[in-house]
Design a protein around this ligand. Structure first.
Ligand code: WT7
Length: 651
């Protein structure tokens, strides 16, 4: 790790700007820059007054008496208020006469489809909430959900919320070991799973993993299994039950109970780059408010929209922008079970054309894969229904942004580059698309209610165009309340690094127009001859080259320069790795950035090591570049063979 004391030099030269069309501005929820500035300023001058107004968009059983109680680092929002998150996502739409509207348009990987209206959702959720109650689950209990991306995953989450049980969703791609760790840390009482889920034409054996996990999870007494794939599984008598059998015996009447604003809604584990996963705790009112308002502002959701966020419910993006945000806003949305390249590389474009999707939200890692697969796939489909595109998870390289804008958005759709974290619960920095002109690679400006600053180690603001640490200055409703079972770690990690601010661990810079450019995790910064460079910016220069599909850049210890620049590069299909090309790429980076950033090592790789959520694991690449063994946690690695191949591909 490089010293976090110095500031970061930005070398990214990106000056293109894309204002929204006049028509888009005219119809937007936040229409025009002045409207945005006014709203944001109001939220800064009077945060509690602002959030109190926003909270009127939720349905309350009892109103709060105090908007915010803040004893740093502990916040309580809407104290005294009572509500039910599930009621806000389901019942209130039915009561408003929208019960026959489609809530979920489900498409399974094998091509099976189902539509669930809000009426359907109410019936299914109420019935499954009774199933949980019948199994002895009470408010405050923890329930693990380990499921494929099917409607029942959403139903299971909402059923927990309905009865005040906390869900702990574990991504279906994680191993038995990871499930057991999370069960034990959260002291989960019950697990909901499926026999399996479809992924690239194969069945992921979820129940088999659960069987292994439960041999090491003493607190879990019950397992409920949804039959998704009709595969044969072992059912342990007295412990394992079929979803459909329990549901058949349960009433569909289960009134939503009022819970305190600060009643825990869920815990979600994030893998820190080292050490044991952190259970991020979110509570009811503030989280729901943050997710729903940002969904409204940033995606500019209208009743006529068909929305699709491709995230799995195992990630915070699935929690906030598949379940709680869109459903609280009464959206009609697509959910898709499987891989983007099953049966072919155009599955996503086929789905967009078929359902006339108008808002599409995905991750840079997916966009990079689409680019690699080739333009012919999106070009073969009618994508004219799209009007807003979103991205989340990593900085997006300007070239990937332009590709997304041109090939998918037809040049007409604003791209909302949304910066946030599991911990923040909701989008923090992103364009409100009818107000803020976008710039490729910039998340632009904070959403209303969020006070972001870029500071040095002492907490002093840095100047324009100077890279520094991104912090948040005032508590916000959807922020994490603690790390489950480890409040000391919560305080230490987020509230002890910079005086009086929430520490994001990301580097960023603000340009002359006030736009924020995220430079990646501070841990990933390179220190080359005393210059602190963002790995993301060197990567952006590399992927600008037409033959490069993806690039990851890390520092390698170097006696002379402090750190040498080591690049791992994957090529677009059809291109050959040659010494010539290495030379060409070095010169290309020098031309784009300057001699300062000349790559020392370039290695061609077929694949890069990534977490299952698609983030490049630079920590592992640093080990390879330095020629040392990797220690630390590798359980979140998506494909273990990648590491062995990379070690063989020595410079
Ligand atoms: C970290 C949080 C938030 C949902 C998915 C990831 C990086 C996230 C962006 C973006 C640049 C981004 C940051 C952040 N990140 N979105 N639009 N531009 N970087 O959640 O796993 O909690 O990761 O992802 O480094 O701190 P997460």
């Amino acid at each position: 790790m490089t010293s976090p004391s110095a500031n970061i030099t930005s070398v990214l030269k990106e000056t293109r700007s894309f204002p929204p069309s006049a028509e888009f501005v005219a119809n937007a929820h936040i229409s025009g820059m002045e409207a945005y500035r006014e709203l944001w300023q109001r939220s800064k001058d009077d945060p509690t007054g602002f959030w109190a107004e926003q909270a009127e968009t939720l349905t309350w059983f009892e109103k709060w008496h105090t908007v915010l109680e803040w004893n740093e680092p502990h916040a309580k929002w809407f104290v005294g208020g009572k509500l039910n998150a599930c009621y806000n996502c389901v019942d209130r739409h039915v009561l408003a006469g929208r019960g026959n509207q489609a809530a979920l348009l489900f498409e399974g990987e094998p091509g099976d489809t189902r539509v669930l209206t809000y009426n359907d959702l109410l019936r299914e959720v109420s019935q499954f909430a009774n199933v949980l109650k019948n199994q002895g689950i009470q408010a405050g209990d923890v329930v693990t959900i380990y499921m494929p991306m099917i409607p029942e995953a959403v139903v299971a989450m909402l059923a927990c919320a309905r009865i005040g049980a906390m869900h702990s969703v574990v991504f279906g791609g994680f191993s038995a070991e990871a499930v057991a760790d999370r069960n034990n840390d959260a002291k989960s009482k019950l697990i909901i799973t499926a026999d399996g889920g479809w992924r690239r034409g194969k069945v992921i054996p979820l129940k088999q993993n659960v069987d292994l996990a439960l041999s090491k999870s003493p607190t879990v007494q019950t397992c409920i299994v949804y039959n998704r794939c009709n595969t044969s599984v072992e059912m342990v008598a007295g412990r394992d039950f079929w979803w459909h059998e329990l549901a058949a015996a349960a009433s569909t009447d289960c009134p939503a109970e009022p819970f305190d604003s600060e009643h825990p809604l869920f815990v979600l584990y994030t893998s820190g780059s080292t050490g044991k996963p952190k259970g991020i705790l979110h509570t009811t009112a503030g989280y729901l408010l943050g997710a729903s308002r940002t969904h409204h502002w940033v995606f500019d959701l209208k009743p006529t929209d068909t929305y699709w966020c491709t995230a799995d419910i195992g990630w915070i993006t699935g929690h906030s922008y598949v379940v709680y945000g869109p459903l609280a806003n009464g959206a009609t949305q697509v959910i898709y079970e499987g891989a983007p390249n099953q049966p072919r590389e155009d599955r996503f474009w086929e789905i967009i054309a078929k359902y006339r999707v108008s808002i599409f939200y995905t991750a840079p890692t997916a966009i990079r894969a689409f680019i690699k697969w080739g333009d012919q796939w999106p070009k073969a489909h009618d994508l004219s229904s799209l009007r807003v595109l979103g991205t989340v998870g990593e900085p997006i390289n300007p070239e990937a942004w332009i590709w997304y804008h041109t090939l998918i958005g037809g040049g007409r759709c604003p791209i909302v580059d949304t910066w946030w974290q599991t911990e923040t619960g909701a989008i923090m920095i992103a364009p409100t698309p009818g107000a803020i002109a976008t710039k490729p690679g910039s998340a632009t400006m904070p959403v209303p209610g969020i006070h972001a600053e870029i500071v040095d180690r002492q907490g002093n603001p840095v100047g324009a165009n100077e890279g520094g640490l991104l912090v948040i200055k005032h508590p916000w409703p959807s922020m994490l309340r603690t790390i489950f079972g480890d409040d000391a770690r919560y305080r230490e990690q987020y509230w002890s690094q910079i005086p009086g601010a929430y520490f994001t661990a990301d580097g960023a810079r603000r340009d002359d127009d006030g736009y924020i450019w995220i430079m990646g995790r501070v841990d990933d910064v390179l220190n080359v001859s005393g210059h602190r460079l963002s790995t993301m910016e060197v990567e952006s220069a590399l992927v600008q080259h037409p033959k490069v599909a993806e690039a990851a850049v890390v520092g390698r210890p170097d006696d002379l320069k402090g750190e040498a620049i080591a690049c791992f590069v994957t090529l677009v299909s059809g291109e050959q790795p040659t010494e010539e090309l290495k030379k060409e790429l070095r010169e290309h980076v020098v031309k784009e950035i300057g001699a300062l950033a000349r790559p020392d090592d370039i290695r061609f790789a077929e694949l890069l090591p990534k977490t299952r959520s698609g983030k490049i694991m630079r920590r592992l690449l640093r080990d390879i570049a330095a020629g040392r063994e990797s220690k630390g946690d590798t359980t979140t690695l998506e494909d273990f063979s990648v590491m062995a191949k990379l070690r063989e591909s020595d410079e």
